[in-house]
Structure formats: C-alpha cells, structure tokens
Design a protein around this ligand. Structure first.
Ligand code: N01
Length: 557
C-alpha cells in the first residue's frame, strides 16, 4: 500500500464510473483489501441509468441476464418487469452498493478531468473538477461506451425559449409531456422510447427521422413477487449460459450456414426468432445475418412485412419500413419497441423525414425544416453519443510525448485488447473502444472485463511490476484484428455509431471488437496465461531506471 505523501490522497487504485463495471471492479478490489476509491460525476450509483432518465428509458436485455451474477445480489433482489426501466434499475444499483458495502469507497459529483503519470514513482496524479489531486498506482476508467452526448450542429439551438433536453442529460426533476407540443430529433433507442411515452400524453409529437429504426417487438412481461421468485432457478441457468454465448444473452447465434437450410427451415427460423421477441431475431439469428447478404435480406424482408402490418397511414409505410433495407439488418443497432409503430396511427403524431425536409434551424419558438416552421414547447435531442471513444478521449491525460489519448486516436484507433493504449502506463479501461462493448450485454461485459482488469493488476502487483504499458505492435495487431473481422461482415455498410459514423468529423472505423464474447475472453485469458506478452513490464529497480530515462527525455524536449 502507498503511504500518504505531500498531503495528497494515496491510493492503490482509482476507479472512475459507478455503473456495472465500476461497481464490480470496486467490489473485487475491496475483497482483496486494496486501497481503492471510486469517483463518479453523477450524484448516485447506476452509471448510464443515473443519467438517462428520460421517460420510457428501459433496458433491452432480459432482466435475468441484466444483473450481477453474485448470488447475494440476484437471490435477494426482485424485479417486476422482463425489461425494467430506469425506475427499477436505480434502486437495484443502490441495493448493490449497500449489499457490497461500497458507499464509504465512493465519491459522487466529482469528475476526473485529467491525470499525469509520475515516471519517477510510477504513480498517477489524477485531477478532479473539485480541484483535488489523488495519487494512485493504477487508474481504471469504467466510464461506459454511451457516455458523452452528441448534440447536432443546428443553427439557432441556443435561441429556443422552450424546454430542451438531450436524452442522456435528463433533469432529475420529473419532466411532463402532458398537453405539450413535443419535437423529438432522432430515432435511435432513446428516440423510440421517448416517442412512445410522449405520444401518450402530448398534444402533438413531431418526430424528425433521418434513418428508420428497424426496431423489434420487445415482448415485455410483468411479474408479481411470487412469479419472480418462481423464476429464480431459471435466472441462475440463464446467467450461466449467457457466459458462453456470442452477446451475453441466454440465446446464441446459429452456426449453420444460411444457404444450407431449406426454404421451409429458413421460414421456421425467422418465425420462431420473431415470435420469441426481444433481440432473438437479431442476436439469436444465424450468424450469417452479419456476413451473408442473402441471409440479411431475408431477415430484413421478414421484419419489413411484419412491421408494415401495423402502419395504417399509407404515406408513412415507405418511411418507417422501406421496401429495400436502408442498411443491412442489425448492422445498425435495432432497439426493442412496445407500441412504437402504432403511435404513427395516432392523429397527434407526425413524422418528418429530414432527408427530404432537412432541419434548417431552431428558432425561439420551434424548428424550421423543409421550409416549414413548427412551433414546440419542448425539443428532445435523442441524437446519441460520441460512443466508445468520447469519454476517455475527453480526459486530459498525456503520454511521455505530451500526447493525449485523443491525439493518439485522432491518428489511429489503437488499443491493446480494448483495455490499454500504448504510451499510457498503469491505465486500463472497460467497455470502450475495441472491446465488444455494444455487442456484449452490459453486466456480462462488466464482469468479464472487470475480472480481467482486477486479476491483471493484482498479478502485476504481486510480481512487483511497477510499470506496465501496452506494446505498440501488440496494439496494432489488435486494432487490425478488430478491423479484419468488421471487414468480413456487413457492418461497414451501415452509417452507424458502431462504425463511428454518427458524429460529424469522427473518423469512421469499427469501434468495437465484434468477434463475440468467447473470442474476446479467449484473447484476454491467453494474455494472462502467457504472462502478458502484449505488455512491457518493468519490475522494481528496472521500472525506476526506465522512469529516470523517460523523465530526462521529457525534460530535454
Ligand atoms: O443514439 P443513436 P441513442 N438530424 O446514435 C439521429 C444505447 N441505448 O441514444 O441514424 C437528424 O442510436 C440519428 O440518425 P441516423 C444503445 O446501445 C440503449 O438512441 O444517424 N437526426 C439517430 O436516429 C444505443 O444504440 C437503450 O441517421 C439526427 C439518432 O439521432 C445507444 O445507446 C436505450 C441528427 C441517434 O441514435 C445509442 O442510442 C437508449 C441530426 N443532425 C440507448 N443527429 C436501451 O437499452 C443524430 N440524429 C433500450
């Protein structure tokens, strides 16, 4: 353990982020008696669920896999919905924090702004927005992949006099759409959920759509306490199985090539996966969905025909469920919907296609699109995030050459195993660039990645490794692997956040490892079992020597 020095708090590990990953990592370090502390810029636990509190925000993983696998937790906490909303998830996180006795080890409303690595002592000096500096040997960034809101660049946004919210920065106090004229820009998961709720109570909902969401029926279910209790044995087996599947769900991709199926078999697969609801039609489909044009089109046409049955207004059919796919099915994230396509049959819901009616500007009273002015009381920007890179890249953390992680990624998306960036020693992150991220169920990823982070740090500490850093060639190989898998797939054909194509100016390239949970776990396990061949390890005295050399070099620049 480090000693307190120069009145600066000394820690073994700083963890940033109080979502699934951060809480799991904190808990695991505490179990090992580490001097660890977690910081979060929100005012409570929950990570994404503490901030995305827009009406209707709910998870689209089945609840039995959307929880920690610790029996102390899942055996003692009951949910009431198969796909719970943030209103149930926030108490869940509080329950976890109390059960694991995490509260004394967490500080909220405190944002990490930057950090410098002391090459002499192999210690991070982490700077927070309250002006404090904490020193720690290891810095673990568990800030999530959908963290940094992306606002569209629309003229006049700041002039609007009504209420305006980004879906991911929703106010803590209740926002009511009752009797209001509401604009929703964006039809991703956040937009779809907001639109569903707004359409129930608002006088008028105007949806500004650029790309239709190929949303799948959720199949929501509600449970009494007794019903949920009866499901507990199934929860355990679903959790166990989810650790063996591609995306961490209790179902898996089919491995038989699509072309080897008879027409009757194909129809049966499409119908069965559709009828089972949730993401089965996507992440329980034949794996060829992601690679084979014909398999993908068959899925799209099935989705289109089912969806069209629900759209009663003739002129909206082509906009919401086009004849030909706007992009390969599932290459852009579909979401789960409950009554989304039905809301367009209501008189109070209007759809504006921003491709033919581009948004020109926001005014004091509303939005001008396609030459038409519409007045609103409330504008919701459900325009997504600077995913995967945004949160980490925003930090003022510099390497030995004075480059930030953003500088590195502006040149090339580079990580080793989606965990580290060359040049940034003793710093690990989870659920970010070049990890499976959105292609792995959140809690599954949190435990898989978190366990690796904790075991790695503990192992290196035990070996007296003071400084560890990803090798550049190993990182280049990992980045290449991420790209090679993506290039074999249909993924690059969609202009999506998976490809980093949703933020103007962001360099489009696959943002995640899409080889699936098992391939990712194998890569992490091999790295550990083989003694970390992808890392430069400096033990004891050797680390001190490297530090001296580095410091002299930086001083001479
Ligand atoms: O963001 P998105 P999100 N003019 O990027 C549109 C997770 N999540 O917050 O598709 C007009 O998906 C943009 O249009 P286009 C989940 O992983 C999970 O909805 O780029 N439109 C798109 O329609 C999800 O994938 C849950 O053409 C503009 C929308 O805004 C991820 O978070 C719930 C525009 C952004 O969609 C992100 O979802 C919520 C412009 N200038 C989120 N700029 C659940 O678990 C952007 N758009 C259920």
């Amino acid at each position: 353990m480090l000693e307190k020095k120069d009145n600066v708090t000394e820690l073994d590990v700083i963890v940033v982020g109080a979502g699934f990953s951060g809480l799991h990592i904190l808990h695991e370090f505490l179990k090992r008696d580490y001097n660890v502390h977690l910081y979060d810029d929100g005012d409570g636990v929950g990570g994404t669920w503490d901030k995305n509190n827009y009406p209707g925000a709910r998870v689209d993983s089945e609840v039995w896999v959307y929880q920690f696998t610790d029996p102390e937790i899942w055996q003692n906490y009951s949910f009431t919905e198969k796909f719970p909303s943030w209103r149930e998830l926030k108490p869940y996180f509080n329950f976890v924090a109390d059960k694991w006795k995490l509260r004394p080890h967490m500080t909220f409303n405190t944002r990490l702004e930057g950090a410098t690595f002391d090459e002499q002592e192999n210690v991070w000096h982490a700077k927070f927005n309250d002006g404090t500096v904490r020193r720690a040997r290891h810095l673990v960034l568990a800030m999530g992949s959908t963290t940094t809101p992306a606002m569209p660049k629309i003229a006049g946004i700041e002039t609007f006099k009504g209420e305006a919210y980004h879906s991911a920065r929703w106010p803590k106090e209740e926002v009511s759409f009752q009797g209001k004229r509401v604009a929703v820009i964006g039809t991703g998961a956040s937009g779809v959920q907001t639109i569903q709720e707004a359409s129930r109570v608002a006088d008028q909902v105007t949806v500004f759509q650029r790309t239709p969401n190929l949303a799948l029926p959720m199949g929501q279910e509600r449970y009494s306490g007794d019903e949920y209790a009866k499901m507990r044995p199934l929860i355990e087996s679903a959790m166990t199985y989810s650790r063996q599947t591609f995306a961490g769900f209790a179902y898996d991709l089919g491995q038989r090539p699509w072309k080897d199926h008879t027409e009757a078999e194909k129809s049966a697969i499409l119908r069965r996966n559709w009828e089972q609801r949730g993401f089965r039609f996507w992440l329980g489909a034949p794996a060829d969905l992601f690679f084979d044009e014909e398999c993908n089109r068959d899925h799209y046409y099935f989705w289109r025909d089912q969806t069209r049955k629900r759209i009663k207004k003739e002129h909206l059919i082509e906009l919401l469920a086009p004849t030909e796919p706007p992009h390969p099915f599932g290459a852009k994230r579909p979401c789960l919907e409950q009554w989304y396509f039905d809301v367009y049959n209501q008189d109070n819901v209007e759809l504006v296609d921003t491709n033919t009616n581009p948004i020109e500007c926001v005014t004091e009273n509303g939005i001008i699109a396609g030459g038409v002015m519409r007045e609103f009381d409330c504008i919701v920007y459900a325009t997504g995030f600077d995913n995967c890179t945004g949160a980490v890249a925003a930090l003022d953390i510099k390497d030995g050459q004075g480059r930030t992680i953003k500088d590195v990624w502006d040149e090339k998306y580079l990580t080793y195993l989606g965990k580290m960036v060359p040049g940034f020693p003793n710093l690990l992150f989870t659920y970010a660039l070049q990890s499976p991220s959105a292609f792995l169920n959140g809690p599954t990823a949190a435990e898989l990645e978190g366990d690796w982070v904790v075991k790695t740090i503990v192992h290196l500490d035990m070996k007296d490794v003071r400084r560890y850093e990803a090798k550049s060639d190993a990182a280049h190989l990992w980045a290449q692997k991420c790209n090679d898998i993506a290039d074999m797939s249909l993924m690059p054909q969609a202009k999506s956040w998976y490809m980093g194509a949703n933020v103007p100016g962001k360099r489009p390239e696959i943002q995640m490892f899409i080889g699936g949970q098992i391939a990712y776990k194998t890569a992490l396990d091999e790295e550990m079992e083989n003694g970390y061949p992808g890392l430069i390890l400096k033990e004891g005295r050797e680390a001190d020597a490297v530090a001296t050399h580095r410091s002299e070099k930086v001083a001479s620049l």
